[in-house]
Design a binder for this molecule. Structure first.
Ligand SMILES: C[S@@+](CC[C@H](N)C(=O)[O-])C[C@H]1O[C@@H](n2cnc3c(N)ncnc32)[C@H](O)[C@@H]1O
Length: 131
């Protein structure tokens, strides 16, 4: 995504839905997993694609009263979402904490999200970072 002023109005809660093809493109990178937690599911656009791929999906969202940043561990193989941009760093940090016992974290982010020095702990300095 671009950092230029797009001219579009900002949507409340950063609720920009993920096009289905993007979630489908992510699927092969999730490896051999059976269950997924989509913790910022919104209307369920990503969750539906994950379900259609045969995964067992737990969908939660703050709009349904489930703040992921306060959430406790769930029994899932992976946490997968397109987090709200404003709290994306906290989403990643919390997801990594919750999965520190094992499991995957996949977050859809802007291509330059890893450029910031203050996020080095999530990328080059993070032993869990794959790509
Ligand atoms: C970028 S939208 C993504 C929706 C969906 N994941 C998709 O890709 O189509 C971000 C979603 O994050 C939710 N959200 C924002 N803050 C949250 C929080 N602290 N905990 C859980 N959900 C949150 C919003 O309600 C919104 O549905």
């Amino acid at each position: 995504m671009s950092q230029r002023e797009s001219g579009y109005e900002r949507i409340e809660c950063d609720c920009y839905e993920t096009p289905e093809w993007v979630t489908r493109a992510l699927l092969p990178h999730l490896g051999n997993i059976k269950s997924v937690w989509e913790p910022a599911a919104g209307s369920g656009k990503m969750a539906r694609v994950l379900e259609a791929a045969g995964l067992q999906v737990l969908s939660t969202d703050i709009s349904a009263g489930q703040d992921f940043l306060l959430a406790r561990e769930q029994s899932v193989d992976a946490i997968v979402t397109n987090p709200p941009y404003i709290s994306a760093t906290q989403f990643i940090e919390h997801a990594l904490r919750l999965m520190s016992g094992g499991g995957k974290v996949a977050m859809l982010l802007r291509t330059d999200f890893d450029h910031a020095k203050r996020r080095r702990h999530l990328f080059s300095d993070c032993p869990a970072f794959a790509r």
